[in-house]
Design a protein around this ligand. Structure first.
Ligand SMILES: [Zn+2]
Length: 140
């Protein structure tokens, strides 16, 4: 495995974002962000991919309210919102939207990643890196 191929390795990527913050793979050749992890840039085919810290901001692209727990471990969580977030950097990702009543969620709602360091935070603010990137409504 070469250094350039590491950002496509899931374990390497998630270990790096625990200290970096909420980062997405960015192509250093054409500056295109993408997500999910891929071996090459989907825009130009470049292999120079680097996890790059983002604004952590975006908006609700689509969502669904889960009323029936998929397993006993989610029984206390329902109803909850599964959403596709369009990040300000471009990539869309599926996650949960928290700290909002499900019936208050709207398409286009501004959101921010929860408990992860973003571009606006000082380097000393380390991400907890324990939870996956959940989003919550952004303060307006
Ligand atoms: Zn590229």
């Amino acid at each position: 495995m070469t250094e350039k191929s590491k950002p496509t390795d899931g374990q390497h990527y998630w270990e790096s974002v625990r200290t970096l913050g909420f980062a997405l793979p960015k192509c250093m050749d054409c500056e295109h962000f993408h997500f999910y992890l891929r071996p090459a840039c989907p825009s130009c085919g470049g292999l120079n991919l680097v996890p790059t810290i983002t604004s952590g901001r975006g908006q609700v692209y689509s969502f669904s309210i889960v009323h029936r727990a998929p397993s006993a471990s989610f029984a206390q969580e329902v109803p909850y919102v599964v959403a596709i977030i369009a990040t300000n950097e471009g990539p869309h990702l599926m996650t949960r939207l928290v700290n909002v009543a499900p019936d208050k969620v709207t398409i286009g709602m501004p959101v921010v990643v929860k408990d992860w360091r973003t571009q606006g935070d000082p380097p000393t603010h380390l991400s907890n890196g324990i939870a996956p990137p959940l989003f919550e409504p952004a303060a307006v």
